[in-house]
Design a protein around this ligand. Structure first.
Ligand code: IDE
Length: 448
């Protein structure tokens, strides 16, 4: 057994998102989001599940904060629901919506926990979608207006700010693959959405700097480690396209102010071009204080003509799988963050999400012996330590998720929490993985 110790200032946290935990979908003036619409569209979400109640954190946030305090985290990442602040996306501020987040933020601070806020975690006001959503450049100004209200309301209280969660999901998963809200399947539309979200990110960073808001601002991209199955040039090119679809398409603009040309050309061949206006790339690549990375999995790919968007098929190489059928590929975390550090420089990195879904069984005495999830965390913590030892500026780690919650198109059947949510009673029961992480935080390390 080897002792794994983390730096004293390493930030341990957990993460959630508004639509996935809050419920109270029509309370205190909240307007409809695209996820209220999508989840109530037959066939889009497993079992017709929706976020009307979710974990009811809108009313049970004090219980959640108590769980966070007992866990011993230094920080808690959560998102603010734009439709609570601006029920129609713009116009009059809904003060009752702000009041909820004032209670959450003040409760966290009183518990000695740093609030880390995501401004956009997918719940776009439906009223903006009705006017084209992220395909409409006006939504950029609406996002900056919303961000400015939050910046000013919580200046000095919230010190870690994330503009967007996973622009890949907002664009390609939701507007090309059609699996998330609003459920479009158009490549050009998805390329437009990705671009406009990244411009919106940059404009919000500019506003943050102009207002002199305290703290640090960044964004979160989900990076997937994908490598060629063989050394053949075809496999290498196919895997590179597939990886860039997830990684470089977002990291290059954010850090270098350019899109990866080989993929621009590939998309052009598919009839999709990036709607760049003068100044956009400078806006997108505004200097940020940290980059958030969500990492879950990775894999191997090889060339297969006409397979998917990139003539690339994933090859099964025998990885253990989670209940989402995702590979458990902890080395992929080391590889992808080493690659990001090499490619994009020394900007501090936070793992803003990492975690696993498994079939959880609640025992008679309200325990969940989630051995596989504990193992998943342990394997990925070891890779975090390797990264730090290798000089990668990894500053913190947020486990996904504090609670079992609404898992988007999978509804409530897929559980990622370190705390079990009983959706009948809304009671919360810490799982064994919660106690494992509690111990790692207490000792700032563990015996590997
Ligand atoms: O799926 C687990 C979490 C999800 O609950 C979070 O809201 C979201 O930020 C999140 N992103 C990923 C990684 N990207 C992804 C890929 C395919 C489908 C959904 C998400 C996983 N997760």
């Amino acid at each position: 057994m080897a002792r794994i110790d983390f730096p004293k200032d390493f930030v341990w946290g957990t993460a959630t998102a508004s639509y996935q935990i809050e419920g109270a979908w029509q309370e205190d003036g909240r307007g409809p989001s695209i996820w209220d619409t999508f989840s109530k569209t037959p066939g889009k979400v497993f079992n017709g599940d929706n976020g009307d109640v979710a974990c009811d954190s809108y009313h049970r946030y004090e219980e959640d904060i108590a769980l966070l305090k007992k866990l011993g985290v230094k920080a808690y990442r959560f998102s603010i629901a734009w439709p609570r602040i601006f029920p129609q996306g713009t116009g009059e501020v809904n003060e009752k919506g702000l009041d909820y987040y004032r209670k959450v933020v003040d409760g966290l601070i009183a518990a000695g926990i740093e609030p880390c806020v995501t401004l956009y975690h997918w719940d776009l006001p439906q009223a903006l979608q009705d006017k084209g959503g992220w395909d409409n450049r006006d939504t950029i100004d609406a996002f900056v207006n919303y961000s400015e209200v939050i910046f000013k309301a919580f200046n000095g209280k919230i010190k870690q700010w994330i503009t967007f969660n996973e622009t890949w999901c907002v664009s390609f998963l939701s507007n090309y693959l059609g699996l998330h809200a609003p459920g479009n399947t158009d490549l050009q539309l998805a390329v437009n959405v990705a671009h406009h979200c990244m411009v919106a990110h940059g404009e919000a960073v500019k506003k943050f700097r102009e207002l002199g808001i305290e703290g640090e601002i960044g964004t979160t991209h989900n990076l997937y480690w994908f490598e060629p199955y063989s050394t053949s040039p075809e496999d290498a090119a196919a895997a590179r396209r597939n990886r860039a679809f997830n990684n470089e398409w977002f990291m290059e603009p954010t850090f270098k102010g350019t899109y990866p040309q080989f993929l621009v050309d590939w998309f052009k061949g598919k009839g999709a071009e990036v709607p760049i206006l003068p100044g956009d790339m400078e806006t997108i690549s505004q200097k940020i204080d940290f980059i958030g990375v969500n990492f879950y999995s990775g894999g191997f790919g090889r060339y297969k003509k006409d397979e998917g968007l990139f003539d690339c098929e994933e090859v099964q190489v025998g990885f253990d799988k989670t209940y989402m059928d995702w590979n458990v590929y902890a080395d992929g975390l080391y590889k992808v963050l080493s690659w990001a550090h090499e490619e994009y420089g020394d900007t501090p990195i936070y793992i803003t999400e990492n975690g696993a879904c498994y079939e959880d069984v609640l025992t008679e005495d309200n325990r969940v012996h989630d051995v596989l999830r504990k193992e998943y965390f342990k394997k990925h913590f070891i890779q975090c330590h390797r990264l730090i030892e290798s000089g990668v500026p990894l500053k913190g780690y947020f486990a996904w998720s504090l609670l079992d919650n609404f898992e988007w198109a999978e509804g409530y059947r897929k559980r990622f929490g370190i705390v079990y949510t009983n959706y009948e009673t809304l009671e919360r029961y810490p799982k064994d993985s919660y106690y494992f992480i509690q111990d790692v935080i207490k000792n700032n390390g563990f015996e590997a």
